[in-house]
Design a binder for this molecule. Structure first.
Ligand code: EPU
Length: 421
């Protein structure tokens, strides 16, 4: 891509990856045919579909629509080959144990952004009576008394975890009696799963707050559902930051200001103008960028999934800003790549001190994880000369047709090789 073009026009936001993934896993709780709409065409969706098929489901992916129905016999086992491609595969654990009384799911292991343990998921299932064994890299989970039905429980999370909360909501949906989940993740994607479980016939209240109540259904399975996935707030936030970085005037369609409050408030402090227009957000940057400090935190705090993109923006501001990452211990992999483009960033533990340089140079850089890749693309959009981002398969995990969406608003960007380059 060749930097320097201001972005102008309209970008339409796709459905939320991190809402679609748990909802796809929730289809395991029913044998009926379910339909998901507004599903983004992404690699993580394909991986989840492959996992559900491996488990014995019939899955048709025709983005933006996905249909799931009962297939052959269920095989409640998620192999390492699939789980290592996508950590969110752990989301089948809760539904499998709740529905079939047993599951064998590969432990996800570490990943580029941190160790990311799943102890909270396992502790919660144990509180519901599951017997958990870790053996040769796999979690073996069994309902009480050798495959029986889970029991509703009061579960306290030591830290708010998004997929942990989702896993246990799904497990509780078929458990005997009432469950109370305390210190839950409050992300909009958790709330969205609550809406879908409601459609499936489960009494779930409080999803989106830190205490969730679930009344388990006694019928052994849930109803199928038809549901359109909410827009992806992180994709929306990424385009807001891209437009703020390049300047211009962009309408980001399908974006909710209320889901992006922390980002919006920081962008405004940095000198960016944002206004809600119906179901869209208009973004403009009338003058120079000002430095702003951010600290990532669970929702409604500043999202860790927007940290890398915001850091690039701060490289363009005049002055010093401090970026603190509190969710993942290794989420500054974009920094060395940005330094190759002329950024001045000092890393001290979980803090990045950015000296705005106002200007970046094009370079050949390497994507390391999904959000880091997005930050390198934003850097390339403003950098002098040409930037080449390699390993764009990371980008394809979470951004639908990013280069097409950006080109439509004036970016000089093209995919030169296919995803595996
Ligand atoms: N944690 C534990 N024990 C657990 C679970 C989590 O210590 O059992 C820790 C994690 O290591 C981390 C913190 O708790 O330090 C929060 O992690 P969380 O469990 O909330 O993360 P996640 O559920 O694995 C989801 C998103 C991520 C996003 C994080 C934080 C999905 C599928 N993934 O991950 O999205 O960064 O929440 O908001 O919803 C992305 O889309 O690029 C992405 C990485």
């Amino acid at each position: 891509m060749r930097g320097g073009a201001a972005l102008n026009g309209t970008v339409r936001i796709s459905g939320a990856k991190n809402a679609a993934l748990p909802i796809l896993c929730a289809t395991l709780l029913s044998d009926g045919a379910s339909r998901l709409r507004n599903v983004p065409a992404l690699r993580d969706i394909e991986t989840t579909a492959a996992l559900l098929r491996f488990l014995g489901r019939g899955v048709t992916v025709d983005a933006p629509e996905v249909r799931v129905e009962a297939g052959s016999d269920i095989k409640p086992e998620a192999p390492y080959e699939l789980v290592k491609q996508m950590r969110a595969s752990i989301l089948v654990l809760g539904p499998l144990v709740a529905r079939f009384g047993r599951a064998k799911v590969s432990l996800p292991g570490g990943c580029a952004i941190g160790a990311r343990p799943v102890d909270q998921h396992l502790k919660g299932l144990e509180a519901m009576g599951a017997n958990i064994r870790l053996e040769r890299g796999y979690v073996h989970a069994e309902g009480p008394g050798g495959g029986g039905r889970l029991r509703g429980a009061e579960i306290y999370f030591d830290i708010p975890t998004v997929t942990g909360t989702e896993n246990l909501m799904m497990a509780a949906a078929l458990a005997k009696g009432r469950s109370t989940l305390v210190n839950c993740a409050r992300e909009p994607e958790v709330e969205e799963l609550g809406r879908v479980l409601n459609k499936m016939g489960v009494e779930v209240t409080g999803a989106g707050t830190d205490v969730i109540h679930v009344v388990g259904v006694d019928r052994g399975e849930l109803d199928p559902f038809d549901h359109a996935i909410i827009p992806d707030r992180i994709e929306a936030g990424t385009y807001l930051v891209a437009a703020a970085a390049t300047g211009g005037d962009v309408l980001v369609e399908g974006a909710e200001l209320s889901d992006l409050e922390a980002l919006v408030s920081k962008l405004r402090m940095a000198g960016v103008e944002l206004a809600a227009e119906g179901d869209a957000i208009r973004v403009r940057r009338p003058g120079p960028l000002r430095p702003v400090n951010i600290t990532t935190a669970p929702h409604p705090g500043f999202p860790t999934d927007m940290q890398a993109q915001f850091l690039v923006l701060m490289c363009l501001a005049k002055g010093e800003s401090v970026i603190t990452e509190t969710i993942f211990e290794n989420r500054f992999m974009h920094v060395p790549e940005l330094q190759r483009m002329g950024a001045s960033v000092a890393l001290r533990g979980n803090t990045a001190v950015v000296q705005g340089v106002g200007h970046l140079y094009g370079a050949s850089v390497m994507a390391t994880d999904l959000r880091a890749s997005a930050s390198l693309v934003i850097a390339g959009l403003v950098a002098e000369d040409e930037t080449e981002v390699r390993r764009v398969y990371h980008l394809d995990r979470g951004y639908e047709h990013m280069e097409t969406k950006l080109a439509r608003v004036g970016a000089r960007i093209a995919r030169v090789k296919d995803a595996e380059s």
